[in-house]
Write a protein that binds this ligand. Structure first.
Ligand code: GAL
Length: 653
């Protein structure tokens, strides 16, 4: 499954007709057609309007909306409204409320304020999904089911007694018996040994750091609980609507708490919501990274951009409007990186409620606006790019990404608060982006054989299987580059016997005697003049050769960057946080090892992505550029079609 029955690329957004009188709906549909909209997401937050009292349903309005859209040829992505349980639900089931780590029961009036382990919630959510599945499962407008909204978005972790019970059940499955759990959690430390299952609690707020292995298991449990909630609804829908694909919208950039590697195989189409970190000057690089990660979760298959914004959002400290042209650049960058559709939150800007200052396809100021013009232009452009549908992106390299390693790295009481997962991933990803190298993201235990280069920006938690995988990759001829503070602990946050970096010692050919975090603002100099900060290590050679050494700082004269020839391949180790430009220069040497030395002579501000038979050139710079003889004006996107490298190219569809 994975077909949403559209001829070309999907274009549209979240549509909430329930916020307007019915007279407005006809105008909505007419304007959607004008803008080229062919898919809208409906009903996502409508539970209280569809089931105003337990077991009482008012579907008439939704019937009319779906029929109206169908008559206009606009397809529907129908939401289950379970991210916003009705007020009656919370009143009826006080035990289903969300409890934070400090034990506060959180209030209602927003959304997703429910306990993810609650059996009452599970029953009510399955109930409304059942009603929707039965009523609309074969509606001719329906092409996609949209389960819930951004699972774990704001209720990732609940610490109530129901969750405590469910956690114990989950732990029994993972560890089997208490002896195994005590060993896995290292409960000999601080005398935490458990003698009965019901002594175990969620890692609630405590006066000191709570056992890190317990915390890690709790994060796994919570991710699995949300996944079980997704599966339950999906299976109900499937039983009534076997032919319609089912998905839920991931939020890869903003949700740390869901292990999407586990989720990806459970959806028929991977869908993602992406909102720019609008104050960042390199926000387009972050966008590219999230799009690459989304495609990688989809196993390289086309995916759907379920939400992004036409301009400003409303929930950042300062909500920066997009500049003219940015909307198209953002949208087409997602398409370049594998999206088969571009959707927005939202169709029409709300007049009331918490999101009234959020941009929309149809702004408060109506159709005489720049946003509306750009929206309709994009609709026309996407309609002309229908040939892209189903094509796949050609990636050059792989970057290892692991949610569990992210969680573990950022628990408290680590050697330095300045070492974080995303920071290192983004630093390496940005250098690849500047070098016009397209990255797939991979799970550390995935098959790596087809990539000439694998980057491991930060893999604090490295399982034995992952280490073996990386070693086999190098021995088989691959080029690996590993950043500091990787390979430090196993899946239970336990340091393996012997020196750091534990399971990666052999492949890297180094040992690390001591971590040497730097003071805030402290910089160290390396032998080629490179600058570094945040982190240094006392690295000992154990087979690797030094490439750069520390000139000053806490390990003067010691190796800072090493290179290890192992089997048919090479493993590089970077033990410090190089300044961006210096990391870029170092990576040129790594690319040469990987046979990726010849980089295109195109300015680094021009994003180049191959989605064969097309090549996207997105000019983020202030100067016009030329790609394969074709002009790419500043701020513009040019799609070249290049059926084969030898034939002549021209501006594509
Ligand atoms: C998303 C959410 C939408 C809307 C949007 C605003 O995370 O799914 O419902 O709230 O953010 O940017």
């Amino acid at each position: 499954m994975g077909d949403w029955r559209l001829d070309g690329l999907a274009y549209g957004g979240d549509y909430a007709p329930e916020q307007w009188p019915e007279e407005v709906w006809a105008e909505d549909v007419a304007l959607m057609r004008e803008a080229g909209v062919n898919l809208v997401s409906v009903g996502i937050f409508s539970w209280a309007l569809l089931e105003p009292a337990p077991g009482e349903y008012t579907f008439g309005w939704l019937d009319r909306v779906l029929d109206l859209l169908h008559d206009a040829g606009i397809r529907v992505d129908l939401g289950t409204p379970t991210a916003a349980p009705p007020p009656w639900f919370a009143k009826r089931h006080p035990g289903a409320r969300l409890v934070d780590r400090a034990g506060h029961t959180l209030g209602q009036g927003g959304r997703q304020s429910f306990c993810p382990s609650s059996p009452q919630y599970a029953a009510a959510a399955a109930g409304i999904a059942e009603q929707l599945g039965r009523r609309y499962g074969d509606h001719p407008a329906l092409v996609l089911w949209h389960v819930h909204n951004e699972f774990a978005g704001v209720n990732a972790h609940c610490y109530c007694d129901t969750c405590a019970e469910a956690f114990r059940v989950w732990l029994r499955e993972r560890h089997g018996d208490l002896g195994t759990l005590n060993a896995a959690w290292g409960t000999a430390f601080w005398g935490q040994r458990y003698g009965e299952w019901d002594e175990i609690e969620p890692p609630r707020l405590a006066p000191t750091a709570v056992n890190p292995a317990q915390q890690l298991d709790y994060l796994r449990f919570c991710s699995d609980t949300h996944l079980a909630n997704y599966r339950r609804e999906r299976d109900v829908l499937r039983s009534h609507s076997a032919a319609v694909p089912i998905t839920t919208n991931f939020m890869i950039a903003n949700c740390k708490w869901v292990d999407y590697w586990k989720w990806a195989g459970e959806v028929d189409i991977v869908a993602n919501d992406h909102y720019l970190a609008s104050e960042r000057h390199d926000r387009h690089v972050e966008l590219a990274m999230c799009a690459d990660l989304t495609r990688s979760l989809a196993g390289g298959a086309p995916w759907l951009l379920m939400e992004h914004s036409t301009s400003a959002v409303n929930w950042q400290p300062r909500n920066i409007a997009k500049r003219p042209g940015e909307l198209a650049r953002n949208s087409l960058a997602h398409v370049a990186r594998g999206a088969d559709g571009v959707m927005f939150f939202q169709w029409r800007a709300s007049r009331f409620g918490a999101e009234k200052f959020h941009s929309a396809m149809l702004p408060q100021a109506g159709t005489g606006t720049r946003i509306w013009r750009e929206v309709t232009e994009l609709g026309t452009r996407l309609a002309g790019l229908g040939g892209l549908r189903g094509t796949r992106v050609a990636a050059d390299v792989a970057v290892v990404w692991d949610w569990e390693a992210w969680w573990a790295l950022e628990l408290e009481w680590r050697p330095s608060v300045d070492v974080t997962f995303r920071e290192r991933v983004e630093a390496y990803y940005a250098r690849l982006w500047e070098a016009h190298l397209t990255a797939d993201f991979v799970h550390p235990e995935a098959d790596l054989g087809r990539y000439p280069l694998v980057v491991v920006p930060s893999l604090y938690l490295t399982t034995a299987a992952a280490a073996k995988n990386l070693d086999a990759y190098v021995s088989g001829g691959g080029t690996l580059v590993v950043s500091y503070f990787s390979g430090v602990v196993d899946a239970n946050d336990t340091v393996p016997d012997g020196p750091y970096p534990g399971s990666l010692r052999e492949v890297l050919g180094v040992t690390v005697e001591e971590f040497l975090p730097l003071r805030a603002g402290e910089r160290v100099l390396l032998s080629d003049g490179s600058a570094a900060d945040v982190w240094a290590e006392d690295v000992q050679l154990a087979g690797a050769s030094p490439v750069l050494s520390y000139v000053d700082g806490p390990a003067p004269g010691g190796p800072a960057v090493t290179r290890h020839e192992r089997g048919a391949g090479v493993a590089w180790y970077v033990s410090t946080r190089l300044a961006d430009a210096d990391l870029g220069r170092l990576l040129e040497r790594v690319y040469a090892d990987a046979g990726l030395g010849a980089r295109p002579a195109v300015p680094s501000a021009v994003e180049l992505v191959q989605r064969p038979p097309y090549l996207f050139a997105i000019n983020h710079g202030a100067e016009a550029a030329e790609v394969r003889g074709v002009a790419v004006p500043a701020g513009e996107v040019v799609v070249l079609s290049s059926p084969s490298p030898s034939s002549s190219e021209g501006a594509g569809p």
